[in-house]
Write a new protein. Structure first.
Length: 411
C-alpha cells in the first residue's frame, strides 16, 4: 500500500492512519492466534488447572474480539442476520466480557487458585454479576434504539446522539475503562512485591502496558463521542487512533499472560539441556571405564536423556569409588585451596584428580571398607565441569604429587 500519496495527492493524517490501521490489523490477529495455538496443547494436557483454562478462554475471547471488530466481519454478520448494526452489541459484549475476564484472571493469578477467601469470592461474584448485567443491558438498549443505517467503522460517533444507542455506547466504554483501570491498579500493586520471578515481572509489565492502552482506547472513543455531543467533529481519532490502540493492547495483554508460562517453560528446557551438556566430559570418561554408554533413544525427552546420563555416571562411579586414592584426593583438595580455588571448586578438582588417577592406574586392590560416596555422586556436575579445565587439574595434581611421583593429566 502506498502511504506517500494517491492520484488525488498526498495522504493527510487521517488517511495515513487509516492506511496504517488497515495494514496493521492482521498483526494482532496473527499474534493472538499463534499464542492460542502454542498454549492449547498445555491447556488440553493440564485441563484441570483453572488458571490455564482461564488463560485459554481469555486468548480465545481476545481472538474473537480482533476477528469480529474487523469491518469486513462486521458487514458479514450484519448481512447474515439481516439486522443493520447488530454487530455493535455483539462486539461491545465481547469487549465487555474481555475486560471483565482480564480483571477476574489477574485477581485469581495474583492470589493463586487455592486462595478462596470470602473477600475473593465476593469480588469474583461482583465482577461476574456486574459485567453480565452490562452485557444484558447492551442488548436491551440496542433493541430499544433506532439504528437503521449500517456503519462499519464510525458507529460510535454516528449514533453518539441517538437515544438508547448513545447510552449503549457510553455503557460499554465505561465498563471497558473501569475493568482496565482496576486491572492496572492490581498489576501495579503486585509488581512492587518482592521476590517476583523475572518472567512473571516482565509478564506483568506487558499486561500493565496493554491495559493502559485499553484505557487510551476508551478515552479516545469517549472524547470523540463527547465532541459530537458538543457539536464538534473528532471522528478521525475514533476511526484511526482507537483501533490501533485496541489492536496493540490485545497483543500486549496476550504476551503478558503467555510470557510467564512460556518463559519458565523455555528456561526449564534450557536448564535441562545445559545440565546434559555439562555432564558430557565425565560421561565420556566413564564410558572408557564401562566400555559402553547410554543407548540412544530417538523419542526420549530431554528429561529422560538427562536422567539416563546421570544414572550411567553414578552406576560407573559406584564401583570405582572403592579404588579411589583418598589420600591423593585430600592432598589435591589442599593443593587446590593453596592455589586459590574456593572450597566448592577445590572439592570438584580434587575429586576429578582422584577419578583420573583411578582411570589411569587401571585395576588396583579395592578398599575393604564402604566409602562414603554421597558427596561424590551428588556433585557429578561440578566434577564434570572441572574436567573441562585440564590446566587447572594439571596444576593441582602437580602440587599434590608426592616427591618422585610421575604426574600425568588426561587432556
Amino acid at each position: 500500500m502506498d502511504f506517500a500519496g494517491t492520484r488525488t495527492g498526498a495522504l493527510g493524517p487521517a488517511e495515513f492512519l487509516s492506511a496504517v490501521y488497515t495494514s496493521f490489523w492482521w498483526i494482532p490477529a496473527g499474534v493472538l492466534a499463534a499464542a492460542l495455538a502454542i498454549k492449547l496443547p498445555t491447556i488440553i494436557r493440564l485441563w484441570k488447572d483453572p488458571l490455564l483454562r482461564a488463560v485459554g478462554g481469555l486468548l480465545l475471547l481476545a481472538c474473537a474480539v480482533v476477528v469480529f471488530v474487523a469491518p469486513s466481519t462486521i458487514a458479514r454478520v450484519n448481512r447474515i442476520t439481516g439486522v443493520p448494526n447488530i454487530s455493535a452489541p455483539w462486539v461491545y459484549s465481547l469487549l465487555t466480557a474481555f475486560g471483565g475476564s482480564c480483571l477476574l484472571l489477574i485477581t485469581a493469578w495474583r492470589h493463586g487458585p487455592s486462595h478462596q477467601s470470602a473477600a475473593t469470592r465476593r469480588t469474583r461474584r461482583w465482577v461476574i454479576c456486574a459485567y453480565s448485567g452490562v452485557i444484558a443491558a447492551l442488548w436491551v438498549l440496542f433493541a430499544l434504539a433506532d439504528a437503521p443505517v449500517e456503519r462499519l467503522r464510525d458507529l460510535d460517533t454516528y449514533y453518539a446522539t441517538t437515544p438508547y444507542m448513545r447510552e449503549m455506547i457510553v455503557l460499554y466504554l465505561l465498563a471497558h475503562a473501569t475493568a482496565a483501570l482496576v486491572t492496572v491498579k492490581v498489576i501495579l500493586n503486585w509488581i512492587r512485591a518482592d521476590g517476583l520471578d523475572a518472567w512473571l515481572r516482565w509478564g506483568l509489565k506487558f499486561l500493565g502496558a496493554g491495559q493502559a492502552l485499553n484505557l487510551v482506547f476508551a478515552a479516545v472513543k469517549l472524547t470523540a463521542v463527547v465532541a459530537r455531543w458538543t457539536g464538534h467533529d473528532l471522528d478521525w481519532i475514533n476511526l484511526n487512533v482507537a483501533p490501533l490502540a485496541a489492536g496493540l493492547a490485545a497483543v500486549l495483554v496476550a504476551v503478558g499472560f503467555i510470557l510467564p508460562h512460556a518463559g519458565q517453560y523455555l528456561h526449564g528446557r534450557w536448564r535441562i539441556r545445559h545440565a546434559h551438556r555439562e555432564l558430557r566430559p565425565l560421561y565420556l570418561l566413564m564410558r572408557t571405564v564401562h566400555g559402553g554408554g547410554v543407548p540412544f533413544l530417538l523419542r526420549a525427552s530431554p528429561e529422560l536423556r538427562l536422567t539416563h546420563r546421570e544414572t550411567f555416571i553414578r552406576d560407573a562411579l559406584l564401583p570405582m569409588s572403592r579404588r579411589l586414592d583418598e589420600d591423593l584426593r585430600r592432598r589435591s583438595y589442599d593443593a587446590a585451596r593453596a592455589l586459590g580455588h574456593p572450597p566448592e571448586r577445590a572439592r570438584a578438582l580434587a575429586a576429578a584428580v582422584a577419578i583420573l588417577d583411578a582411570v589411569d592406574a587401571g585395576p588396583r586392590p579395592e578398599r575393604t571398607d564402604d566409602p562414603d560416596t554421597t558427596e561424590l555422586l551428588r556433585e557429578i556436575a561440578a566434577v564434570s565441569r572441572a574436567l573441562r579445565h585440564p590446566d587447572a587439574l594439571r596444576a593441582v595434581r602437580t602440587r599434590a604429587a608426592a616427591p618422585g611421583e610421575t604426574v600425568a593429566v588426561r587432556e
